[in-house]
Every structure is written in C-alpha cells, then in structure tokens.
Design a protein around this ligand. Structure first.
Ligand code: FES
Ligand code: FES
Length: 165
C-alpha cells in the first residue's frame, strides 16, 4: 500500500497554538473533527452548499469542507468550541437558546460561526445584513426567523462590542 503523504502545519485553534502533522489531502473539516476531535462543525453536503461545516479562519466564515487542512497553516481558527468560556456561553449562544433557534441543532454550530464572523466585521448589523450573512447556512427545521431574531437580540445585548468572544 502506498504511504500517504503528510504535511506539517502550525496554526492557532481556539486560542491554542498547535503544530500538527496531517495527511496532505484531508480537508480542514477533517482536521478539525478527526484529528483534533472538535465535533461541533458538521459535514452536511461536503460540497460547500449547506454551511454546516462553517468555521472562522482569520476572521472570515469559511466552509471548512472546501478548504484543505494544509491551508490552515499560519492561520487563526475559531470553531464553535471556542465561543463559550469556562464560565459562560457566548451571547449568541444564549440568545439562540432563549429564542428557540435550536431545534435538531445540526445547523447551529455553522450558524453561530457565520454570525460570529459577521459581528467581528460589523458589530451592529441590521436584520438585512444578518440575513445576508447567514444565507449560506441551511436550516431544515426553524424557518430562519428565530435564528435572525436571536442574532438581532445578541447584537442588542452588545455581542458585537463586548469582550466575550
Ligand atoms: S458540509 Fe461544508 S458546506 Fe455543507
Ligand atoms: S435546527 Fe435543524 S437544521 Fe437547523
């Protein structure tokens, strides 16, 4: 059997500096889930259509199923596991719960990360900007209104400007 080529990468994941040896052809999603064991990001479609695999790389929401793991080299990554602190949930997470934006939950980590990236770039987005930012995240359960309302509520509570990540 042919030996699988590997590559070395260094990146910061949820604030922790990591040096990893990974198979050359795996996706960033496979690195996050299978190498690091962070199971929040989900594989829905695997082809960039559903947003379930969304993570934040250097401040931008990306579909990690479309990114090679090797492309994480030199980047700063935040996954849904990096949102809450030991003591408290992120305001986005609190508001998703408060406004019933989580039903089966499969889409939730991706939506939270798209919303998080939006607030990093624009701390006070309006409803239209929120809708646009999460347009690439499909949800089969909620009908989207609760999700957008939750993000609006997090913005009103200061999620864009506050210190909690
Ligand atoms: S699994 Fe990546 S966009 Fe669907
Ligand atoms: S809550 Fe089920 S897919 Fe969104």
């Amino acid at each position: 059997m042919m030996k699988q080529e590997t590559v070395q990468i260094e990146c910061v994941i949820n604030g922790i500096k990591m040096a990893l040896e990974i198979p050359a052809l795996v996706t960033a999603l496979q690195v996050i889930r299978d190498v690091l064991g962070l199971k929040g990001a989900k594989e829905g479609c695997g082809i960039g259509e559903c947003g379930a695999c969304t993570i934040v790389v250097d401040g931008k929401a990306v579909n990690s199923c479309l990114l090679l793991g090797a492309q994480l080299h030199g980047t700063e990554v935040i996954t849904v596991e990096g949102l809450a602190t030991d003591k408290e949930l992120h305001l986005l997470q609190e508001k998703f719960i408060a406004h019933n934006a989580v039903q089966c939950g499969f889409c939730t980590p991706g939506l939270l990360m798209s919303a998080y990236a939006l607030l990093e770039q624009n701390p006070h987005p309006g409803r239209d900007e929120i809708s646009k930012a999460v347009a690439g995240n499909l949800c089969r359960c909620t009908g989207y209104q609760q999700i957008i309302t939750s993000i609006e509520a997090a913005v009103s509570s200061g999620a864009g400007g506050e210190e909690r990540r």
